[in-house]
Design a protein around this ligand. Sequence first.
Ligand code: UDX
Length: 434
Amino acid sequence: MKVAVIGLGYVGLVQAACFAKLGHIVLGIDLDVQKIASLQSGMLPFFEPGLEDVLRESVQRLSCTNSIAALEVFKPEVILICVPTPARADGSCETQFVARAIAELAVYVLEKTVVVIKSTVPPGIRKDLQYVETSGLIELASVPEFLREGKAVKDFFQPDRLVFGVQSVWAEQVLRALHKGIEAPICVMSVESAQLSKYASNAMLATRLSFMNEIANIADVVGADIEDIERVVGSDKRIGKMFLRSGAGFGGSCFPKDVLALSQAARLHGYETRIIEPIIEINADQPRRFVNKVRERLGDFSQKTIAVWGLAFNGNTDDVRESPAIKVIELLLAQGAAVQVYDPRAMKQAYAFLQDRVTYATSMQEALYGAETLLILTEWPEFMKADWNDIAHALASPYLFDGKNFLSRAQIQQAGLIYCGIGICSDVSRPLGN
Ligand code: UDX
């Protein structure tokens, strides 16, 4: 099939490359001339494991342009809208870029085409865009994506499910043909249900995290151990072991934005949500709680140098949007600390937020020079394999702080360091043998 993808960001470029790998002929469209130029020269605008290989394998079937008029000649059977839907100041979802893309493409659609909104949009937007369907040449659909940054290629080819929000059997058949070759349960439903199911999935995942963060905060004040609690809670098959890890907060361009947008969308339709706001409030306060935990053990930060490993919001991505690491660093700076940072991929992106207020180290080790302690704030695999003995010698304080509760407490303690996470601190006694 011929597929056009409008918006070549973290979602759109993965869609374009992976559908080309599936065997489709793909036209990628983005108004950013610089991005198109770098893509045409084989340069990726962001880091995503495996994406470079997929692009290399499918280069024959993927072309990129910054002219939406190319649709007229290309004549795609499906057009995927993957443009940004950022949060407005009031938290509602900004859908103007989606509306603009659809208005522009409508001019160039000369044959019956499924226009798929992949961008996360609140249910109800279709009614505002129905005018483009009057020609009978366009049918709007919703195929929400559930890709995780850092695992997006894997999630594309091995999704837990595919969701088709359609208005006709014809559109469903077109989408089935588009996704041929992906083995996954297919959930067919209305456009509105598909859009709400995306928000519900993200809000459910964010709820798990904020709930476990609240339990971890209670563990901190009662002297319990969140790892033990997580093991017990996760062993209930109805709950499951995944996505229960506490930390200094979740970040990314999705959870914080989508959870608030869901609440705003409900309010717009006359329903006041009550469970949604606390998810955001707890998450927003985690960086502060984490920094307080550091200060309780280090004392006043002024005149002290603090090393930070990890700037991205998650491991295996260079994305720093809503990253708890950036929020923690801002708090450290505000309390007088000198901060030395290292991240394998996200230093350039972080500079846009931190500018020259921190020192950028060229290696994990360099970040430790003269440091009182080390805060590890992103789940990069290389941090898990650090030499804790070297680190113990390099730091002035015996404390090491894990802002994502993902490191091996036993290995760190064996090196003579005191491991501190969220809801965990090995300076709080723990029964032997655990
Ligand atoms: C999320 C959803 O998982 C994905 O389905 C949707 O399409 C987009 O939003 P993403 O935000 O890219 O994906 O990554 P994810 O792996 O979900 O991590 C989100 C945040 O939660 C990260 O900051 C991560 O560090 C944090 N996290 C994740 C935890 O703190 N604990 C966990 O157990 C898992």
